[in-house]
Unconditional design. Structure first.
Lengths: 508, 83
């Protein structure tokens, strides 16, 4: 069973069912299948073969999903990249994965045009819109295919082959590529859609970026059931999004706490007919107890799922909605066909009522980080059966007497802002590149809307002065916007440990 | 007619300009499409409008038709405050 098999089956069995809605465009399963075949054939014609990495730098739009279908069908490895990624980081990921092709859009040429000049492995770029090659790009720049290009030569492929590499922030400041096989993703897709109870008649409203794994899984889970996804590029204008949810009769709304906070700030929610909405799911960061209560009062027609996950295995736990009143702050338990437990520092399994690191065992656990054996060894360690590997989450949890899990803390210093992982090191590196900065320390501070906001403490060289805004703007030109600090404090010096390392524990 | 575009352009240039390629943008360019402002940025933009021109941006006025380009903002503020 490969990741695209369910989609292919629906394209054959219910060709006229609507698979995607984007803006005014409604695309059937058959049409999406054709568009996927075109992009697959084009890539194959460019020499992209089984196991080759194909990066996708696109907004939430139909081409993203057609690209996904095409890439999987030719046995290549799908590599989604957040469209707000800046050129340096894009070049880093393309080089790290040695990507052979890139699917992207003309409005982002100011990013990929620069990145490709430093990424010699990329031989072909397929562009929606105007396919003019920016200066310095030697790869073949091709327009998005508008007509059929013949059939795909089906590759030999089994479920142990990689389906995707998804980059995630690491504490070293360099992103790591999470390797996921077809089996990993099919397993996660099946487990999550089973406990959520997705149905074929569901209309899934998706404003989560498809480059973010839970966004991507909305499409994958919908394709498992033959359902429909309404794609939205972002959640910048919540009133607009409510209108769309209402007119499209959305039944499922997957979100992150920032989106729910934006909705709760609105005064006239009752103007919108959301009677069809039957389920909301929250991931990426926990909702506060207060927000859970408010959200349930605002949307009494919908059940609410609190969940916790990691890109390394997609989903770890979920809280069944009927447990929300009993233990609102719990992230729940392991999902179907997955086992989770807590361990002490020596790796011993802990009984209920303990605090320890959460470990995960299941077919959904990644194969490792792409070409990073040391990082992989820190996270994947031998499991109970000889030869098997289990995932160490790096997060501390406690269990209550019945085994329900509660998040305690991260073991590294990764910040979660707007539901995205932010490596403080990456932000510090960006600020350091500002001439006149002597030292910098970045931490997360609590924030009602963002979960955590990013705060930078900056020491400048004598005679150098910056404004807070100058530092933030500098970061915006180098980092994805969710990584830019919200606050910058200028200080005379930073606290140090005995060995002269910056000590962050006292900062706030 | 009051010119809102000049101070707004300056505000946006001073505060956002997220992509290096977005350095020059026309009055009609969509901030979203050109990746000049993202969702948190729009909240900051609204705060700026409210503080600078003493307007209150109602929830249902927070739509791209009012806020997503200099021209849209000019039209919105002109309607809101009277020409």
């Amino acid at each position: 069973m490969l990741l695209h098999h369910d989609f292919d089956r629906w394209a054959a069995e219910t060709p006229d069912a609507i698979a995607l809605v984007s803006g005014d465009e409604r695309v059937t399963y058959a049409e999406l299948s054709r568009r996927g075949a075109r992009i697959g054939a084009l890539l194959q014609g460019q020499g992209v073969a089984r196991g080759d990495r194909v990066a996708v730098l696109l907004e939430n739009r139909i081409e993203f999903v057609a690209g996904l279908v095409g890439i999987l069908r030719i046995g290549a490895v799908f590599m989604p990249i957040n469209p707000s990624t800046k050129d340096d980081k894009l070049a880093y990921m393309l080089n790290d994965a040695r990507a052979s092709a890139l699917l992207t859009e003309d409005t982002l040429s100011f990013v990929w045009g620069v990145a490709l000049a430093q990424s010699p492995t990329v031989k072909s770029v397929v562009v929606t819109g105007d396919a003019a090659a920016p200066a310095g790009v030697t790869a073949a720049v091709l327009p998005w295919p508008a007509a059929d290009l013949g059939s795909i030569a089906p590759p030999t492929l089994i479920d142990q082959d990689l389906a995707a590499i998804i980059y995630t922030s690491g504490s070293t400041g360099f992103p790591k590529g999470v390797m996921l096989t077809h089996l990993n993703m099919v397993s996660a897709c099946r487990s999550v859609s089973t406990y959520l109870g997705y149905r074929r008649d569901d209309v899934i409203y998706c404003a989560l970026p498809l480059s973010f794994d839970y966004g991507l899984y909305q499409v994958l889970m919908s394709f498992r059931l033959g359902a429909c996804v309404v794609l939205r590029a972002n959640f910048s204008f919540p009133v607009k999004e409510l209108e769309i949810m209402s007119t499209r009769q959305a039944t499922v709304f997957p979100g992150v706490p920032t989106m729910f906070s934006m909705l709760m700030a609105l005064k006239n929610l009752d103007k919108f007919d959301l009677s069809r909405l039957r389920m909301m799911t929250n991931t990426a960061a926990a909702l506060s107890e207060d927000h859970i209560h408010k959200l349930r009062a605002l949307f009494p027609q919908a059940t609410l799922f609190s969940m916790y996950g990691l890109t390394e295995c997609k989903r770890v736990t979920y809280l069944p909605p009927e447990q929300l009143d009993i233990r609102p702050t719990s992230v729940g338990r392991g999902m179907p066909n997955e086992e989770v437990w807590l361990v002490d520092d020596a790796g011993n399994r802990l009984p209920n009522g303990s605090t320890g690191e959460l470990v995960i065992r299941g077919s959904n656990v990644m194969r490792g980080y792409w070409e990073k054996p040391e990082e992989t060894a820190k996270r994947l360690k031998p499991g109970p059966i000889p030869g098997e590997m289990i995932l160490y989450s790096g997060d501390l949890f406690r269990t209550d007497d019945e085994g329900w899990l509660y998040f305690v803390a991260r073991r590294d210093d990764i910040i979660k802002s707007r539901g995205e992982k932010v490596s403080p090191r990456e932000v510090e590196n960006a600020i350091h590149s500002l001439e006149g900065v002597y030292e910098v320390a970045v931490i997360g501070v609590p924030d009602d809307v963002l979960g955590q906001a990013i705060k930078a403490f900056v020491v400048t060289l004598p005679g150098v002065r910056f404004t807070e805004r100058e530092v933030i703007r500098h970061c915006l030109t180098r980092l994805e916007s969710f990584m830019a600090p919200k606050y910058v404090e200028f200080v005379a010096e930073l606290p140090k440990t005995g060995t002269g390392k910056i000590k962050k524990t006292g900062l706030a | 007619m009051t010119d809102y575009k000049t101070p707004l352009r300056k505000f946006i240039q001073d505060n956002f300009q997220m992509g290096s390629g977005a350095a020059a943008f026309s009055d009609a360019d969509s901030f979203m499409t050109r990746r000049i402002i993202d969702s948190t940025g729009f909240l900051e933009l609204v705060m700026f409008l409210e503080e600078t021109w003493a307007v209150t941006v109602a929830d249902d006025e927070m739509v791209p038709e009012n806020l997503d380009s200099l021209e849209a903002l000019q039209g919105y503020l002109t309607r809101k405050r009277g020409a």
